[in-house]
Design a protein around this ligand. Structure first.
Ligand code: GGG
Length: 359
């Protein structure tokens, strides 16, 4: 029997609630499949850890995670610790430390969920946003001088390297090639940002020649937002910088009903380091402890993780169970329902147990 080592980092806010739900569903899946096992170790890193130790994770944190096959991450962000400290101390420390340069964010309308867009049916909204995840606006370059004085200066420098841009664009083309529509939209702001964004345009043009089977389009990020709202069917795979794609994927999730259903994978595609899987939502302080956090994004994240591990049959079963429960109307309040996290989790576990065995 195959055994996978899984590091769980529930993190902050509703992170522990949704990761606990995700692990329950994974347990149900493992029990049903019987062909693989997950050895889970949970790491109590995050803002509470910071309050006690002054760091979001210990200095040997990456070294300890290195031996795992995958990382299952909840959320980061707290009312007590500044956001830039929590983000850089944990999520970005792992993404950048493990060179997880490809952040994949699929969005699809689940059965029974109504989009806030009028006249949008399930097949109309089926996108994957590829977010560059190692540099760009998140390069961490810049600084502040003359603090507190009227002359104070702050710089936030975006770094775009040929290596970084080439590898994410090639990744996006490869991904687009595997989808039925084979269409890739490059999203930049190369009219205003005339250095880095023009480099993206040029490299995109160069690489497109290697993928004659993938149709392409280019869109400025502002225009992309209205295309997503007004002509959702015209989009398939989108690729954009770290910041642009982060913003676009929140919009995408909202158009699919709720941030609570959206999943993401932070991939080191070459497998030199473990990859990390997380719901795209943050810690959602407003609902912590109420038992109503939507666990569907964390379940969909588990689907991506199982696919990454090579457990495609289990991934398909879990995906089917999520759809069954979504169609049945068992939903948390963010989707207009009245179910609790525990009720959605129990319904997905029951749907797994009731699913037909593999042919
Ligand atoms: N599970 C995703 C998460 O916790 N995100 C927190 C956050 O603030 N992310 C901002 C970013 O990654 O750009």
């Amino acid at each position: 029997m195959k055994r996978y080592k899984l590091a769980a980092i529930p993190g902050d806010g509703i992170g522990p609630e949704v990761i606990s739900a995700g692990l329950q569903v994974l347990d149900a899946l493992v029990a049903y499949e019987g062909s693989f096992a997950l050895d889970v170790e949970t790491f109590p890193w995050g803002s509470d850890y910071y309050q006690r130790h002054g760091v979001m994770m210990p200095s040997d944190g990456l070294h300890r995670l290195r031996a795992f096959d995958a990382i299952y991450f909840g959320a980061v962000g707290s009312l007590e610790v500044p956001d830039h400290v929590t983000l850089w101390g944990l999520r970005l420390a792992i993404c950048q430390g493990f060179d997880q340069y490809a952040n994949v964010r699929p969005t699809r309308l689940l059965p029974g969920i109504e989009s806030p867009l009028r006249r949008v049916a399930a097949g109309d909204l089926d996108w994957v946003i590829v977010r560059e995840n190692s540099e760009g606006e998140y390069a961490g370059q810049g600084g502040r001088t003359h603090r507190g004085l009227p002359e104070e200066v702050a710089t936030e420098v975006s770094i775009f390297t040929r290596v970084g841009v080439t590898r994410i664009l090639r990744f996006a083309f490869e991904l687009a090639r595997k989808r039925p529509r084979r269409h890739l939209t490059l999203i930049t702001k190369s009219n205003a940002q005339r250095h880095g964004m023009v480099l993206w345009d040029e490299i995109f043009q160069e690489i497109a020649g290697e993928f004659p089977d993938v149709s392409t389009a280019k869109e400025l990020v502002d225009a992309a937002t209205q295309r997503m709202v007004l002509k959702p069917r015209s989009l398939d795979v989108m690729v954009a910088t770290n910041l642009h794609a982060d913003i676009l994927s929140d919009l995408a999730a909202a158009l699919a009903g709720s941030l609570g259903v959206a999943a993401t994978a932070n991939l080191n595609p070459e497998g030199r380091f473990p990859s990390m899987f997380e719901p795209i939502h943050g810690s959602a302080f407003d609902i912590v402890g109420k038992g109503i956090a939507n666990p569907v994004g964390t379940f969909a994240t588990a689907v991506m993780m199982l696919e990454h591990l090579g457990e495609s049959a289990a991934a398909a079963r879990l995906s089917g169970a999520i759809e069954t429960v979504s169609a049945s109307g068992v939903r948390t309040p963010d989707l207009g329902g009245t179910a609790t996290t525990a009720q959605v989790t129990a319904a997905v576990c029951a749907a797994i147990a009731a699913s037909p065995p593999h042919a």
